[in-house]
Design a protein around this ligand. Structure first.
Ligand code: PLP
Length: 203
């Protein structure tokens, strides 16, 4: 397998995951010039971000957590990118919400990379078919996203996601968190989602 070994800083977007952290903790990063943030809950993002967006209109807000279909309209309104598109019911809800809002929100398709029962994500075997449905619904595909199983070496899972992206003609790779973002970048991540390493432990 051909792995990207040399990466330029501009190739990788750092998503500062501000979930559970109050506005006062987020503002210093905004003042320092950072603009890309991630939240995992629609409600929490609604509470925190509209005011921040007024002060910093060029903010780019990513939804990184699981999304319920009944929150699709709010998510489309609030977020610039969604990382957790993983099933047909959500695909339909998001496509309807995007039509209604006349706005296309790029989505990462989340893959259940470790084949874990309790985790979200499209099963690997169903990925080509699901991507075709996303394309048919005219939802822009930002890339593939994964959350590898906890407590085991993540590198093989990152490498597998890279391979799946190559095989399916997808560009972006959302993978890597505080504990493993360096490995993820070595293996081709275009977006890393980093919370604790930037903000400290969650409150
Ligand atoms: C919370 C979260 C992160 C960030 O995790 P850290 O270990 O705090 O960096 C990344 N991705 C998802 C999906 C998350 O829920």
């Amino acid at each position: 397998m051909c792995k990207p070994s040399r990466r330029e800083p501009a190739d990788v977007t750092l998503i500062a995951v501000s979930k559970t952290h109050p506005v006062e903790r987020i503002e210093p990063l905004l003042e320092a010039g950072h603009r890309v943030f991630g939240e995992n809950r629609v409600q929490e993002a609604q509470d925190k971000w509209p005011a921040l967006r007024e002060a910093y209109p060029d903010v780019q807000l990513h939804l990184i957590g699981q999304l319920q279909s009944n929150k699709a309209e709010e998510a489309v309104e609030l977020f610039d990118v969604i990382h957790s598109l993983d099933r047909e019911s959500l695909l339909k809800a998001l496509a309807n919400a995007m039509d209604k809002a006349d706005k296309r929100v790029p989505c990462f398709v989340q893959v259940n990379i470790g084949d874990e029962e309790q985790k979200g994500g499209c099963p690997i075997a169903e990925l080509p078919e699901f991507l075709a449905k996303v394309r048919a619904a005219d939802i822009p595909i930002a890339g593939l996203m994964c959350l590898p199983p906890a407590d085991i070496e993540p590198a093989p899972f990152f490498a597998l996601l890279y391979k799946l992206a190559q095989d399916n003609g997808v560009e972006g790779l959302s993978m890597g968190m505080s504990g493993d973002y360096e490995t993820a970048v070595q293996l081709g991540a275009t977006h890393v989602r980093v919370g604790t390493a930037l903000f400290g432990e969650r409150g």
